[in-house]
Every structure is written in C-alpha cells, then in structure tokens.
Ligand binder design. Structure first.
Ligand code: COA
Length: 159
C-alpha cells in the first residue's frame, strides 16, 4: 500500500471520454490472466459500456488517482443479486488503489447484501474484498463462456 497514492483515490461518474482508456485496460493480457476473463474487442466494449451507462440499475464509477484515470468499479445485477466488479490498469496494481476504491464505493451504495464472484486464483481480488468485509459464501467450478474461462470461482458476500 502507498498511503500517499491511497489518499488521492476518488470516484466519479464515468464519462464517454474515459472509454478508450478503459478499453485499453480491458485488453491487458496480465489483467485477463488474473481475472480469468476473455477481453472484449473495441466494438463489443463500446456496446457493453453504452448499455451499462444507460442502465438505471447499474452504478458505474471511474477510479481516479489524482486526476489520472486508473480503472472502473461498478455495482450491477447478476442473477437478480447486486454484484460488485472492478478493474484497474496494471500500472496501478499493488498500491492500495483497489481496496480504497471499494471502500469508497461501499460508502455510496447502502443496499446489502452485495456479492462478488472471483476466480479463486485471483488472490489480490479476494484480499481486496475480504479487507472490506466480504466473506466467502461458496466455491464452485464455473464453466467457460464467451466472457470467462473455466475456473474455480469463489462467491463472496457482504451482509
Ligand atoms: C484485483 C485488483 C483490483 C487488485 O487491486 P490492487 O489495487 O492491486 O489491490 P490493493 O493494492 O488494494 O490490495 C491487494 C491486496 O492483495 C494482496 N495480494 C496481491 N497479490 C496477492 C497474492 N498473489 N496472494 C495474496 N495476496 C495478494 C496485497 O498484498 C494486498 O493485501 P494487503 O493490503 O493486506 O497487503 C487489480 O489487480 C486488478 O484490477 N486486476 C485486473 C482485473 C481484476 O482482476 N478484476 C477483478 C476481477 S474479480
């Protein structure tokens, strides 16, 4: 953790101009290896975010360090449950930015329970969630689809 960087983390509404940079983050091979995801191509990414940004049930925020865009964090419905997801550019990993961003989002979203699904091998993401109070609810084999690789997935909940 870097206390100076952490003190500069804040969230704001995602703007259209953020999308090209967020798309680059989505394409980073190491991020996809960690999250066990298949990146979206530019068109699919743009279509996905167009839908997200107009969905009244989604809270989607840009994560900034100072005035630099570092990633995104969101709360969205999956199988009728409120789920949390986040994604940082690789250059921002390991400095406490993910943990601080989740802490800030949890101050804005008061509904509980909140859920998160994480590839069990993604220890950094598991740790971010557990530091913010999420606990493991179940572990299961998650089949591959067009967005995720087959993996063991941990479902966490914040009650
Ligand atoms: C997951 C992600 C958000 C983590 O963000 P981050 O800013 O690097 O995380 P932080 O620095 O706030 O905290 C990471 C914690 O995990 C720990 N950690 C990191 N790698 C670890 C590992 N391999 N094993 C165990 N713990 C690990 C760190 O030590 C830290 O814990 P600590 O504060 O107790 O020391 C970031 O890596 C990311 O965006 N990855 C790509 C996309 C992704 O995986 N999204 C989530 C999908 S569920």
């Amino acid at each position: 953790m870097d206390p100076i960087i952490v003190s500069h983390v804040h969230l704001r509404k995602i703007e259209e101009d953020d999308l090209p940079r967020l798309c680059e983050f989505n394409l980073e091979p190491d991020s996809n290896r960690l999250a066990m995801t298949i990146p979206r191509g530019a068109d699919a990414f743009a279509a996905h975010w167009k839908k997200v940004l107009t969905d009244p049930n989604v809270v989607a925020k840009a994560i900034l360090v100072g005035n630099v865009l570092a990633g995104s964090i969101s709360c969205f419905k999956h199988d009728g449950l409120n789920n949390i997801g986040y994604w940082l550019g690789k250059e921002f990993w390991g400095k406490g930015v993910g943990s601080r961003a989740l802490e800030l989002l949890l101050k804005e979203i008061h509904s509980r329970p909140l859920y998160a699904r994480v590839a069990t091998t993604n220890r950094a993401s598991l740790r971010v969630l557990q530091k913010c109070g999420f606990v493991v609810q179940s572990v299961q084999l998650s089949p591959a689809d067009d967005r995720y690789l087959e993996c063991e997935e941990t479902l966490l909940v914040l009650k």
